[in-house]
Each structure stands twice: as structure tokens, then as C-alpha cells.
Design a protein. Structure first.
Length: 272
């Protein structure tokens, strides 16, 4: 039995299948940890969702910003972007089953010294606290009031966490940190405009995982989201978005021994 964490798939289903072949994935004994952004931009988001849902307990998935964007689009909220590849999902006969499954996935998964989240954790949060905060948002997203949740998640304010936050501002900070963050200030104020490499950090900001005294540093964080960062392996960080959709690689790491596996982006799946 092995556990494989895999970077952002983003609808690159062929690459995903090739990677599973390379690791000899056996759903009867192995587990997949998927860091979010299952869908969008790549050409086969529908097949990706159906396949991962069909794996049942053999796959653990956290939600990424593109997964939440799909849920918002299906509910009629937010702005549609050029280059989206969500229409096939939205028109599928099993769309409701797929979307119901998706909105019941976690924002943060913590197990055996690892913590998986799509983007990152604010420096004030331990992984245990992050799991508690994620549960606040997950309860609403998976419940009957999910449309209210989706209607109020769009936006980048407030940019910083406070224990005094309440209501939608509180939930928006939780969601934005876990699904969108790259850079933040030393006191944990997030900056969302910059999407480039670490060297492009805005003044007085650092990559969130380089903030001194980060309270989640005692566990290994498994993340995706930041394709410009690329594959980045530290003692307490496994950043696995190696830019498959951008024509690079799809990456898996076996958590038990940190052996890496990669496949090239399959023909026809990369950005034009």
C-alpha cells in the first residue's frame, strides 16, 4: 500500500492516466492525495471528475480555486473567463451528481504528519487550527445553504486573518488563504495580484511558506496552485504543481519515501 500525492490536474486527463500507469496505481490498496484544481483549462475536465469520484475512498481531494470556480459558475455566480473548459461538465447528464460530490470535498486534509491544502496556510495558523477553520467553510459548502456560500465567496477582502472576524469576511479569508494565496506580508496580509516566480514578490512580501515563525512548519504541507513556483521540495513542504497544463509535467510523490514520478504533458493538453 502506498500514498501518492499528485499536483494540479486541471482537466489534463490523459496525462493523469499516464501518471497512474507509471506509478502502477492500484485502487484496491493504494491511495491518491489530489491537491485540488481537478478541472478547468485542460480539455477533459468531465472525465477527470468522473474518474476521481469513481475512486471512492481510494482518493482524497482538497478543493482548489478552479474547483470552487466551477461550483460558482454552475450556481450562476461570478464572471466566466475566456479559456474556461467547464461547459462539458455543466451540460453533462450527471452534472448534479458530480457537483454535489465536489462541494463535499475538503479544503484541508490532515493525516499522519501531513497537511494537504491547495494553496497555503496563513502564518498564524497551526495545521490543527487550519483544519478547524476549514471545517467552518466546508459545513456551509456541503449543506443546504451552499448557494449563499458561493454567492459571498467572490472577492479579495479582507486580506488578513483576525480571530474577531465573523460571517462572510471570516469565511472569505479562510477560503482565499487555502485556495488562492501565494505571497503575504510578515504579519500575514495576503497579496493576490502577483502570480509569478518567487523572485517577483511584491515589496515587503514573501512566499507564504517562507514567513519566519510560520506555525504550520511542524508538519509537512502538501500543496499545488503555484505553477510558476514549480516543483519545490523542502523538509516541511511538498509543492507539486509542475505546470502540466503549461506544457511541462504532471508530478506524483510517494509520501512514504518521497520518491518522485513525472510524466510530460500529453499531446493536445497544453495551453496553446
Amino acid at each position: 500500500m502506498a500514498t501518492y500525492a499528485i499536483g494540479d490536474i486541471q482537466g489534463c486527463f490523459d496525462s493523469f492516466q499516464h501518471l497512474l500507469e507509471k506509478i502502477h496505481f492500484d485502487p484496491s490498496g493504494d491511495r491518491l492525495w489530489l491537491v485540488g484544481d481537478l478541472v478547468n483549462r485542460g480539455p477533459r475536465s468531465l472525465e477527470t471528475l468522473r474518474f476521481v469520484r469513481g475512486l471512492g475512498e481510494a482518493a482524497v481531494t482538497v478543493l482548489g480555486n478552479h474547483d470552487l470556480y466551477l461550483l460558482m459558475a454552475a450556481a450562476g455566480f461570478g464572471r466566466r473567463n475566456k479559456g474556461d473548459t467547464l461547459d462539458e461538465i455543466l451540460a453533462a447528464p450527471d452534472r448534479d451528481e458530480l457537483l454535489d460530490w465536489l462541494r463535499r470535498q475538503r479544503l484541508c486534509h490532515r493525516e499522519a504528519g501531513f497537511c494537504m491544502v491547495h494553496a497555503g496556510l496563513l502564518p498564524q495558523w497551526t495545521t490543527a487550527r487550519a483544519r478547524e477553520l476549514a471545517a467552518e467553510a466546508e459545513t456551509l459548502l456541503s449543506g443546504p445553504a451552499y448557494r449563499d456560500f458561493l454567492a459571498n465567496m467572490w472577492g479579495s477582502e479582507p486580506v488578513a486573518w483576525s480571530d474577531d472576524l465573523e460571517g462572510w469576511p471570516r469565511l472569505r479569508v479562510i477560503v482565499n488563504a487555502m485556495t488562492r494565496m501565494r505571497f503575504c506580508s510578515l504579519d500575514g496580509a495576503m497579496e493576490f495580484r502577483t502570480k509569478g516566480e518567487v523572485s517577483s514578490a511584491p515589496p515587503d512580501h514573501l512566499p507564504w511558506f517562507q514567513i519566519p515563525g510560520r506555525r504550520s512548519a511542524s508538519e509537512v504541507l502538501v500543496i499545488g496552485h503555484w505553477s510558476a513556483l514549480g516543483l519545490h521540495i523542502d523538509d516541511n513542504l511538498l509543492a507539486l504543481d509542475s505546470g502540466c497544463f503549461w506544457g511541462r509535467h504532471l508530478t506524483a510523490i510517494r509520501l512514504e519515501d518521497r520518491v518522485l514520478f513525472q510524466v510530460d504533458c500529453s499531446t493536445g493538453e497544453a495551453a496553446a
